[in-house]
Design a binder for this molecule. Structure first.
Ligand code: G1P
Length: 289
């Protein structure tokens, strides 16, 4: 199983990050010096993905522009001899083949992924949710692709969470296959702690087989009146194998303010430009408390 295509749903309204997201797509909010979406595309590319479809909606054309050349800025940088800055600006336009499609109605994550049907065709593909930024040694999508290839199965990225947290996510029913890898037999979206199958939640990364599209075409609205990806994958797991990978990485939910700020601080600490300064700044702040 070779996975060369990825789908990034980025059609959310960003209501948890208002008022900033009134005019700026949440995927374009900078984390240190790059927009959030760039971290997601970087993970896909580092995982061996060549073609990426970003699913947007109205008001998100800043994303298309970001993955294009910017002749005015680039020309000005070259003329003033700022080669390094030029390379930085060019990078996003050359990272991968990035395609766009709009989800014309807000009908849920399952409906958003369904918009990728023609792009994906008859191949397995990765899904990376735009809000979930991961930091780990091996890119999380790569960890999933490795498991998917080994088991000839679709794969879901999961991590253990508390029984209170699980109702923000989806839970999976699993049996262990090997350390950190499980067979998936059922799942549900936004379960109450009682309804949860386990403490493992699906967290923003998937490798899916194209059979999911026929299912999603016919998936009725579920939780929140929306067509849920989880409901589609639930049906997929009745007919073809799915594994869950307890991935090794730190996850940041950048779709809400605390997660966004955690990513900002952690990524700043890792940055060659501002890491040392940020560390000293934080130490000074903490001393002041
Ligand atoms: C989505 C998915 C959910 C998943 C979560 C975290 O929910 O529907 O299954 O657990 O992302 O990746 P949302 O955060 O859009 O409510």
């Amino acid at each position: 199983m070779k996975v060369k295509k990825a789908v990034i749903p980025a059609a959310g309204l960003g209501t948890r990050m208002l008022p900033a997201t009134k005019t700026v797509p949440k995927e374009m909010l900078p984390i240190v010096d790059k927009p959030a979406i760039e971290y997601i595309v970087e993970e896909a590319v580092a995982s061996g993905i060549e073609d990426i479809l970003i699913i947007t909606n109205r008001g998100k054309s800043a994303l298309d522009d970001y993955f294009d050349y910017a002749p005015e800025i680039e020309g000005a940088l070259l003329r003033s001899g700022k080669r390094a800055e030029f390379e930085l600006v060019r990078r996003s336009a050359q990272m991968a083949n990035v395609f766009f499609i709009r989800q014309k109605e807000t009908k849920g994550l399952g409906h958003a992924v369904l918009q990728a049907r023609h792009f994906v065709g008859d191949e397995p593909f990765a899904v990376l949710l735009g809000d979930d930024i991961m930091m780990g040694e091996v890119p999380v999508t790569r960890q999933l692709i490795d498991a998917a290839e080994r088991y000839g199965a679709a794969a879901l990225g999961v991590q253990r969470c508390t029984s209170e947290e699980i109702s923000k996510y989806s839970s999976v029913e699993i049996t262990e296959l090997e350390e950190r890898i499980y067979r998936v037999t059922d799942m549900n979206e936004k379960p109450s702690p009682k309804e949860a199958f386990s403490e493992f939640a699906i967290l923003g990364r998937y490798v899916l087989t194209p059979g999911v599209f026929d299912i999603l075409e016919n998936t009725p609205p579920g939780y929140g009146g929306e067509i849920q990806l989880t409901d589609g994958i639930r049906e997929l797991c009745q007919v073809s194998p799915i594994v869950a990978v307890d991935f090794d990485a730190r996850r940041y939910d950048t779709g809400n303010l605390p997660g966004f700020l955690e990513a900002m601080v952690d990524f700043a600490l890792e940055s060659p430009q501002v890491g040392a300064w940020m560390r000293d700044f934080l130490i000074e702040k903490v001393r002041g408390f």
